[in-house]
Design a protein around this ligand. Sequence first.
Ligand code: GLU
Length: 396
Amino acid sequence: MANFVVSENVAAMHGSSTMIAAQMASEMRAKGIDVIDLSVGEPDFDTPEFIKNLAIEGLRSGLTKYTPAAGLAKFRQSIVDFYAKEFGAQLTPNEIAASCGGKQALFNAACSLLDPGDEVLIPKPYWVTFPEIVHFCRATPKYIETEANDFVLTAEMVKAAIGANTKLLIVNSPNNPTGRVIPKDELIRIIELCASRGVYVITDECYLFFAYPPAEPFSSAVLPKDVREVVCVAGSFSKTFAMTGWRIGYTIANPEWTKAMVKLQSHSATHPTSFVQYACAQALDSFDQTKAAVAAMTVEYERRRDWLIPELNNVNGFKCGMPEGAFYAFVDVRGLLGEKFPTSAAVAESLLKEAHIVVTDGEGFGADGFLRISYATSMENLKNAVKQMRELFAKG
Ligand code: GLU
């Protein structure tokens, strides 16, 4: 048989470096190696018990068949109600579609909008999947450097980057990998600018509920309808409810964009699992219980952050700003680079080989010279990791 030739669309993509790092950690564990996995952004908390029980309830009630491709009517309504209660957003169910995780939400949004040759603005550093989706659509990423402003995107930066072929901007706040949060007023300015220039915006809000005071969660779903016309919010339950394996997310976009995404999804995953949709809808309806569960996780992430960041700054060659949201430390290791470590990938490799610590190299995020450290893991793991890092990179 002839050699398999991969399609040009898929050949244009790179594998997900976050998933590759996570895979590496689990393979090492399978070999009996005691690994400290600081790679993937996956909550170490279990899914709250009441959500598991709701899924069982949905299953037992006979929700074992197809749902509409856009998701159960109940699921769409519960998102509308939750966003009204939590943020004061005025949405309608025809602006909501259920998806198999935030990643499929992003894929649906981009693939139903982009044509070959369209230009897509992506602020750097970016979550690894953004450019790959753009490549898959045969569109062209145009990167915006943000380091000069401590990795926070501004309307000025976007204004300078918009060109004749710009179709879309992808923003992510709180940000993976930097943990930075775009201030509410600035984000509104950015989206208003895009709306005035006919540029669409996908806002990846999967860390929305993990912003540490004084940073505040801001959802673009609250923007006035005329501005929201250009916006697609990609939401996810994965981080919010510590349910990464359940694969459930959603989009909030204008009814026409939503229809296009649902059409696309009806030919791929069809819809996320029926009783998982039920569990999420019911969980959102149990507003106080849900808020309490998320708040407990946020407080714990914040405690870890407060301990971890000063400690990382005490490791020779490491420099790390204070994340305002999400659960990643984004460490500048350029101070270590030289003959021994030509790249941050070499630093990551040495952590892996010498200390069995798995981190994600910055290159996949468009940030060579940095490492991403997930603190969605126990304090014990973090303490052990920091101790070993200090030894490994000790001066002299
Ligand atoms: N979003 C998480 C991360 O960046 C999970 C892995 C993934 O979906 O790529 O680590």
